[in-house]
Design a protein around this ligand. Structure first.
Ligand SMILES: Cc1cc2nc3c(=O)[nH]c(=O)nc-3n(C[C@H](O)[C@H](O)[C@H](O)COP(=O)(O)OP(=O)(O)OC[C@H]3O[C@@H](n4cnc5c(N)ncnc54)[C@H](O)[C@@H]3O)c2cc1C
Length: 517
């Protein structure tokens, strides 16, 4: 093994998943002269979490995920987090529409399809919660058009498989919003990488693992790369590194040695789906139906019965069943978790283990689940399901963030976080929820964090507004603009749209806010 070359690149992107490819495309659109180099351990892009069967493909707009709408002590429902996630998805819709309009993506149906989003509950307490949730959400323009029913007949029309064989008189209820989507993030990543590397100065190197990130004396970074085919080592110098390595981001952040990354740790949660490819069954279910999470379970393990559209084929997915593996990536090593332990993160790791006993219990119970337990869980959403129609499908790994906390020693977080150096020359994306749906929001956050000097009216801002017309406007507050953006992007992406009535459009204030979305 020997050093084959030392190259220079304005930007190095580590990982060829949805996050790096989204950021790469934004950067190249904003500054066409940039040289951008992407490194990926595996033989193609989108083979880890962004691969379509490694995630659920929900275009997360917080329509149906009840964990985003907690109940307040007074019984009212707090929809503020849901609204944030909802308009973050509008940023992705605008970005994708821009690419379709400009010919970078020929057919939106190759990655996004209309699939109604539903929340489904049973039992008095849950029905009461869903009713109050519906009342709060449907009053906001962002959720205009959401429907609610407790009527079994109507539910049988919406989701026949969920209702068939459901005996007894236990109350049931659901909300539905027909503007929901299923997204094949794998196909989308392929579009993005192809578009990026088709431009001058951009390249992707597969089977190239980044092994180290070293700060040079002049403040730039030297990214060390191992070519897995030839065994050669490469070294690339750059002004800016994005660690978009999914589960592999934490170890690389640690290698960079930046002070801001001290004390961070990761907790991997794996997932398994049940998958059904029988067209006779699948044609009778057209929705993503999310239930309520079991007590003590992590929010991303909420059970759901989903329509998936992958490569033009319709399938059904149910799950996820959580599991535990010490790997940070599906193609990673069982040593990943142990090798991430550092003197600085021992305390946060131990504190999280102490404070999250119900999560540990939940994971143990999930790992010990037999096939009959899994089918019993499916029964709750599809009572007449037959085991022979379903097979197991291993999902991706999610590495939840463990971060230092002055009071408790350490906190376990289920969201995503950008951790970067104060000089803005390197940033890592940790965590995995709401995930791929908010890739555009995350890319814009990187721009704001690391390229603030370029985001000015005389530099990148006009182009950014061309890509994201709502940039700088709060779509939560500006109902009229929200209506315009939703109608426009629905038309380009060929998904469902519901027009706000004129009176509702005017009811939102048109005040500008700092928030993007
Ligand atoms: C079970 C499950 C369900 C999910 N459901 C949804 C959903 O319904 N909707 C949604 O929006 N999101 C969902 N997500 C989250 C979503 O999949 C992720 O947020 C998203 O795919 C992450 O993209 P990424 O580009 O950061 O990571 P990845 O797609 O994992 O890409 C990272 C890449 O980096 C590469 N890499 C790692 N280390 C190195 C290294 N040292 N050198 C070079 N390359 C490296 C990896 O090989 C990989 O290809 C789900 C995730 C899981 C696991």
């Amino acid at each position: 093994m020997q050093d084959t070359f030392i190259a220079e690149s304005d930007v190095v992107l580590i990982g060829a998943g949805i996050m790096s490819s989204t950021l790469g495309v934004f950067l190249k659109e904003l500054e066409p002269s940039l040289t951008i180099t992407m490194f990926e351990t595996l033989e193609d892009c989108a083979l880890e979490s962004s691969e379509p069967w490694n995630n659920a493909g929900t275009g997360h707009a917080a329509n149906c995920e009840m964990n985003y709408t907690p109940e307040r002590p007074d019984g009212s429902v707090d929809i503020s987090k849901a609204l944030e996630v909802n308009v973050e998805f509008d940023l992705s819709r605008q970005f994708w529409s821009y690419l379709v309009r400009n010919g970078a993506i020929a057919d939106p149906r190759s990655f996004i399809n209309p699939v109604p989003h539903m929340s489904f509950v049973h039992g008095d307490r849950n029905v009461s919660f869903l009713r109050r949730r519906f009342k709060a959400m449907s009053a906001h323009p962002c959720y205009y058009g959401m429907e609610y029913t407790e009527d079994r007949k109507k539910l049988s029309e919406w989701v026949p498989l969920v209702m068939e064989g459901r005996t007894g008189d236990e109350p049931v209820a659901a909300t539905r919003i027909i503007t929901g989507t299923d997204v094949d993030y794998g196909s989308l990543t392929h579009h993005l990488v192809r578009h990026l590397v088709g431009q001058p100065g951009c390249s992707v190197h597969y089977k190239n693992r980044v092994t180290d990130i070293v700060r040079e004396e002049n403040g730039r970074w030297r990214v060390e790369v191992h070519d897995l085919d030839s065994g050669d080592k490469r070294s690339v110098k750059t002004k800016f590194v994005f660690i978009g390595a999914g589960g592999g981001a934490l170890p690389l952040l640690q290698k960079s040695g930046i002070a801001e990354g001290r004390g961070y740790g990761g907790f991997p949660v794996s997932g398994i789906w049940l998958r059904c490819d029988d067209p006779g069954i699948n044609k009778r279910h057209h929705a993503k139906v999310y239930g309520k999470a079991a007590v003590g379970s992590p929010p991303m393990s909420v059970p759901h019965l989903d329509t998936r559209v992958i490569g033009g084929q319709h399938s059904l997915l149910f799950g996820p069943y959580a599991g535990f593996s010490s790997k940070f990536l599906k193609h990673g090593s069982l040593l990943d978790l142990f090798e991430s332990v550092r003197p600085a993160n021992v305390k946060p790791l131990l504190s999280v283990a102490r404070d999250n006993f119900d999560l540990t219990e939940y994971l143990i119970e999930q790992v010990l689940q037999s096939e009959s337990h899994r089918l019993a869980a499916l029964d709750e959403y599809y009572p007449s399901a037959n085991a022979k129609d379903w097979r197991l499908q291993v999902a991706g790994q999610r590495v939840q963030i463990i971060k230092p906390d002055v009071k408790r020693g350490g906190l376990l977080e289920f969201g995503t976080e950008l951790v970067g150096a104060a000089d803005r020359s390197i940033v890592a994306l940790l965590g995995a929820s709401p995930g791929a749906s908010t890739a555009a929001f995350i890319a814009i956050s990187v721009l704001e964090k690391c390229f603030a000097d370029e985001l000015t009216p005389s530099a990148w801002l006009p182009k950014l507004k061309q890509i994201i017309p709502s940039y700088g406007v709060s779509l939560i507050e500006d109902a009229e603009f929200l209506q315009h953006i939703r109608a426009e992007t629905a038309h380009v992406l060929k998904v469902e749209n519901i027009d706000l009535p004129p009176v509702r459009r005017r009811s939102g204030s048109t005040g500008k806010s700092k928030a993007t979305g």
